[in-house]
Design a protein around this ligand. Sequence first.
Ligand code: SF4
Ligand code: SF4
Length: 239
Amino acid sequence: MLLLSTMAAGAARSVSVRLNAVAALSSSTSSGGRSRKGQRRGDAKPQAPPPPLPRHGEAPSKKKPSARPAVGKENRAVEEARVPPRLEGEARKGVQQQNKAKRVVRWKCASGCGACCKLDKGPDFPTPKEVFADHPDDLQLYKSMIGADGWCINYDKSTRTCNIYQERPMFCRVEPKVFDEFFGVPRSRFDREACSACVDNIKMVYGDDSAELSNFKRVIREESNKVEASKNQDKLLDT
Ligand code: SF4
Ligand code: SF4
């Protein structure tokens, strides 16, 4: 399989080609499906700005009464205890980043998938020429593997397995070393990039609501939880 992701077009392409040869074989939009015109991968859907909040000590505007029901004095303490104190912008960002950093993500191939063995990946993905710009031999090999239906000629559709698995080309191997040496993905980004690439490939082949996508997410969740649990156990043993 060549796992590429679809951070595809335009200016993003030159970067993603390096970062996502695995991902280059995936059509990543973290929100799922294709990006809207002018919207890049990871961009949040534009939302209407929230109404301004009254400053500390300032009475709410009389023109636009709050939608919240009035809180009697006797209930105010309960209400305030229930509402967590607001974090200021920077502090909130810091906590969010900490939480994100703590979350373990581990990539694992979901058996019975095979999506990345569809080698003709369509316009949302970088072209083989872009992906293998520095690897002309691999470009030739890759092209020679594309069957008339776009799938790898070594792929067995009935079993969803590779007929030459042990001897498959280097670029088919989803391994940190390959990602690093071949596609320029640092070890620290391997799991996330590989997961992202798989999601893109699975969506491209089976669709956004497919059982294959649900299965892949389940496999990743279980694998990640397993690693997280083992880490926590190690921490306990160290204390
Ligand atoms: S050689 Fe095997 S692993 Fe590589 S794309 Fe073909 S079927 Fe998939
Ligand atoms: S889970 Fe990922 S690596 Fe495994 S076959 Fe599917 S797309 Fe390829």
